[in-house]
Write a protein that binds this ligand. Sequence first.
Ligand code: GLN
Length: 310
Amino acid sequence: MCRHAGYVGPEIGVGELLTRGAHSLRTQAWAPREMRGGGTINADGFGVAWWRAAESVPSSVTEGEGQVRAAGRGDTAGRGGVPDSGMGVRGGVVVSRYRNPAPIWTDPAVEEVLPQLKSTAVLASIRSATVGMPVERAACAPFLGGRWAFSHNGVVPGWRRVLTAVSSDLDTAATQWGATRLFETAQLLEAESATDSAALWVLLGDLLDSAGPEGFVESAGAALALLATTVLTHAPDARLNFLLGDGAQLWATTVHHALSALVTDDCAILSSEPYDDDPRWQPIPDRCLVTARPGHLSVEPLSQAGRQAV
Ligand code: GLN
């Protein structure tokens, strides 16, 4: 099973989140400690996303995407507007990404390039492909859209059937709430790779587009929790450790996989496994929604966190 980690805090080298600590993500790729549900190594690639202020983006990018900052659902420059460019602009930040479907320990960029890129927010993942799912670059998290980066550690058994049913449930709920067809089943075909994780990201992206005080879901955390609880109604055995970041905050769910948090006044880190022996790491219980930013950690039961604004 994959591993992932997110960081928000003082500026670090982007590569640091991959290599930091005696039990770094890179080490976890070939020697993970806590692997529930099969898999012994994470050799099917990796990815890392990082954020920076939109102002620091070359004008050729900001000119093309400038209107995205204020975009909502339906705007051409929304989540779907920046599909596989590896970059997205929204809310004044740009998220960029590097992915490689080869084992992380074989990529010299991890030592030679990624440490030179600096950011105050980084989200990284190493992958062990679920049996039957393609090993390709497009299947490596993080998945990007707008200002968001997303990773899924786990599996949805029978994902095509289950996520089609989830899409239909969400569409019914959204329609009852008053939205017009937020979730079209065909949208699952838009997933950039034929994997459960990429398809989950399509559904979550739609939920995030409709999140807000006036929206179908009230917040990003509620979107994550609603997606997880709806999947569980169709696939109780699903493993759903989600990790989402927007450059300022991290959200995560725990369903059948490990997660630990280290939050101080200066920084917030969520990681499948603690990457060092810092005594401040806290294990997160199963079936929870976690919200973390510097100086703030909240952990609440998933069942109470999926509240919709209905
Ligand atoms: N099921 C996902 C994939 O194959 C995630 C795999 C995992 O968590 N190991 O990409």
